[in-house]
Design a protein around this ligand. Structure first.
Ligand code: MRU
Length: 352
């Protein structure tokens, strides 16, 4: 498999990312040198996907510290405390962002006695967040491939692949693992209105890797599944509550209902960093409401009549009873999720 362009890279003293808003027409790398640029990149989805947001937000703390030119350790720490909110809460639904920012700040502060080692410790911990995510993706790929051994046609929604993580993805990791093992595979990528992460990003990265991918309009997916053409579904997640309810890109619930009606498995793949044991139920997850212009317009061209309003929730929550299993790096979690999630979080040192 040829080496893909990394979606996030630390180079010398700044971050380089693929501007995902321009894919697939343009593969443009942009440089992030300030906290404001980092927040802007997160909010306009130049970088996106829950684990990638965690890896990127961690590195953004280093550019934020460098840019601030603190004169003392205390001044640097209070600046990082403000970044905890400005960077950590730049998007509200993907828990990985705030989780990673909190982890990197807390561990770096705890280990640092002066300004210089604060910066070194921040960078070291940020690299560790990314390295652990890459390992989690590999394990999810291995476990997912075992579960999907007999599945040839697999549906997915949004983009939960290389572009959305620091590794081979969550939902797409088993596809890469199957492909590498030479197994037969055809991926159906639902287009994912309004920002088309499936049509633009999943289709781009799988096609780039040589994997057979077909883009299916969101509205055509249910009938395709009901006709018996699809063997299984696998999607990512932005935040999973303690009971297994899973927030993911808006539209996911419709796919889960179609899978249930067709009697095919519906898997959610996510690292344990996506599980938020502080929330018991999915109804407690904050759903990001994005600007109505994303629904009204495509690339600046107005689709809807002037004066009409539009709703733009970015995520929905799939109830746990529609989920066959949650594939994590700590194992394949099965219902009842309240128990399996608590055990898995105990194994990885979570707070369940
Ligand atoms: O709004 P986005 O593009 O950040 O939404 C991304 C998703 O919903 C992904 O499925 C999720 O973050 C998992 S990424 C491995």
């Amino acid at each position: 498999m040829k080496q893909p362009t990394p979606p996030i890279e630390w180079v010398d003293d700044h971050i380089r990312i693929i501007d995902q808003t321009l894919l697939p027409s343009e593969l443009k790398i942009i440089e992030i040198r300030t906290a404001a640029q980092a927040v802007d990149a997160i909010q306009r989805l130049a970088i996106r996907g829950a684990p990638a947001l965690g890896a990127f937000g961690s590195l953004a703390l280093v550019v934020a510290l460098d840019e601030y030119h603190s004169k003392s350790l205390n001044e640097a720490i209070s600046h990082l405390e403000s970044c905890r909110v400005s960077i950590g809460d730049a998007r509200p639904t993907a828990v990985n962002l705030r989780w990673a920012v909190d982890r990197v700040i807390d561990r770096a502060i705890a280990r640092s006695s002066d300004l210089e080692n604060l910066r070194d410790n921040l960078l070291r911990e940020a690299h560790l967040v990314a390295a652990e995510d890459a390992e989690a993706c590999a394990e999810i790929g291995r476990l997912g491939r075992e579960l999907l051994r007999d599945a040839v046609v697999i549906g997915t929604h949004c983009n939960a692949g290389r572009l959305a993580t620091a590794g081979t993805g969550t939902a797409l990791a088993p596809m890469y693992a199957k492909f590498e093992a030479g197994e037969k595979l055809r991926v159906l990528a639902s287009e994912t209105r309004p920002l088309l992460q499936g049509a633009r990003l999943t289709a781009w990265e799988l096609n780039d890797a040589g994997i057979d991918v077909t883009v299916v309009p969101d509205a055509a997916m249910a009938s395709t599944v009901l006709s018996g053409e699809v063997d299984a579904y696998i999607v990512g997640a932005d935040r999973i509550a303690a009971n297994g309810d899973a927030a993911n890109k808006v539209g996911t619930v419709a796919h889960a209902l179609a899978a249930q009606a067709a009697g095919i498995p519906f898997y959610v793949a996510a690292p344990t960093s996506t599980i938020d044991v502080q929330l018991e139920l999915g109804s407690e997850i904050e759903i990001e409401q994005r600007d109505a212009s994303e629904v009204h317009e495509i690339r600046g061209e107005r689709l809807t009549p002037l004066g009409v309003s539009a709703a733009n929730p970015a995520f929905d929550v799939t109830p746990n009873h529609l989920i066959t299993a949650i594939i994590t790096e700590a194992g394949v979690l099965k219902p009842p999720f309240m128990d399996s999630i608590a055990k898995a979080m105990g194994r990885v040192g979570g707070s369940a």
